[in-house]
Ligand binder design. Structure first.
Ligand SMILES: *Cc1c(COP(=O)(O)O)cnc(C)c1O
Length: 381
């Protein structure tokens, strides 16, 4: 029996005033996108206007967005709207690689890159990072990894670089990685889940063959939504048409994002383009914040100076507090919550990541004060 269903009717959301969760900072809707979410919330709402190919809808201007604006924005010959970065990676791998092929991916890669490869039946050769404290991904690592795959008698049909990675916020030298991959005739896919929509990224200028983006991660959109862009050479295969169903692209299963998530992506796009022009200030803010945290005894990991708002910290002092604090390792989460701050995973103290994206210096000052107060309060005890 299905009973006690009343509770599903009231879907309230409780969140702190300042949210430091890197996953969420770039996905906060603009007022326009929030309005679009309500306006287009009904199922298949966009399909009233479709003559068989969703991304050719003229009003609302989906066609212009997908086929003219987004290719310019990403520096790609062709772009499709996907359900997320992971779906973009899977579609590209599934279309371009044969089962049993190898993909070379950076050691800082997101788990979804690994799952996309696994789902596509591919084997993985990793490019190890330099390890603590920088966790850098060297371009030469790609030639070594490709050669290791060759030693297994493997066919290497794609390389992936995470830009930046989701742990340390490191931005590897993409152009150098692309050159190395191209020396071996291997196409490079750039995973821009944490960059596209925050900072300037242009696939053509960076020399990459494919690029994926995440709308709900970095483009102020309500997911699931993302982008897959490709150069002409690879777009032909990835976006190939069905042999039986007219005008339907096989890898997209006909059409991808059908309704509200796409409209939120479109509605916030002008603001996203605008905010990208402020990226240098975002980087300065992140560097300043990291330096202030280090004054409190935490240690920033990853690239120094840092080039992204996602920052990983080691905090031996907070770990020590957790050994004796009431509630143990949950003290930090509780003490920050009491000060209107969330976004660091409950139970983490010794190491954690956070993001400064879109927060003002005043707000970040409040965060710094909170850490300072918390650390001091246990020193007294
Ligand atoms: C968040 C994230 C993803 C997943 O993005 P989706 O759009 O949810 O699929 C992939 N890669 C990196 C590096 C990420 O941080």
């Amino acid at each position: 029996m299905l009973n006690n269903l009343e509770k599903f009717k009231c879907m309230k959301r409780d969140t702190a005033e300042i949210n430091l969760d890197p996953l969420q900072r770039g996905g906060i809707l603009t007022p326009e996108a929030r309005a679009a979410l309500i306006e287009w919330g009904d199922g298949y709402s966009i399909c009233d206007f479709c003559a068989g190919v969703l991304d050719r809808i003229k009003n609302p201007p989906v066609e212009e967005f997908v086929h003219s604006v987004l290719p310019k924005f990403l520096g790609a010959d062709a772009v499709r709207v996907m359900h997320g970065a992971r779906e973009g990676k899977f579609a590209a791998m599934h279309a371009l690689c044969e089962k049993g092929d190898w993909v070379v991916i950076d050691g800082n890669a997101h788990y979804t890159t690994v799952l996309a490869a696994e789902r596509a039946g591919l084997k993985i050769e990793y490019v190890p990072s330099s390890g603590a404290p920088d966790y850098a991904i060297p371009a030469e690592g790609y030639s070594e990894a490709i050669e290791r795959a060759y030693e297994h008698k493997g066919n290497v049909s794609m390389a992936v670089l995470t830009y930046p990675d989701g742990n340390y916020g490191n931005l590897a030298d993409v152009k150098a990685v692309a050159d190395v991959c191209h020396d071996f005739g291997v196409p490079l896919l750039l995973n821009g889940a944490y960059s596209v929509g925050r900072m300037p990224v242009n696939a053509r200028d960076l020399g990459v063959d494919m690029i994926v983006a995440s709308g709900h991660k970095s483009m102020a959109a309500s997911g699931p939504v993302g982008l897959l862009g490709a150069s002409e050479e690879y777009a032909r295969t990835i976006f190939r048409l069905s042999a039986t169903k007219k005008n339907k692209e096989v890898e997209m299963l006909g059409c991808t994002v059908r309704g509200a998530p796409l409209l939120t992506l479109m509605a916030s796009f002008p603001a996203v383009v605008e905010r990208i022009s402020h990226w240098p200030e975002e980087v300065n803010k992140a560097r300043w914040f990291a330096a202030e945290m280090e004054k409190l005894g935490l240690i920033q990991q990853g690239e120094r100076p840092h080039n992204h708002d996602l920052i990983f910290f080691l905090a031996e002092n907070l770990y020590e507090i957790s050994q004796t604090a009431k509630k143990g390792r949950y003290f930090l989460y509780r003490d920050l919550s009491e000060r209107g701050i969330c976004g660091i995973k409950p139970g983490l103290t010794r190491q954690f990541k956070l993001s400064t994206f879109g927060l003002s210096r005043d707000q970040l000052g409040r965060v710094l004060n909170a850490f300072d107060e918390i650390i001091r309060s246990y020193a007294k005890a």
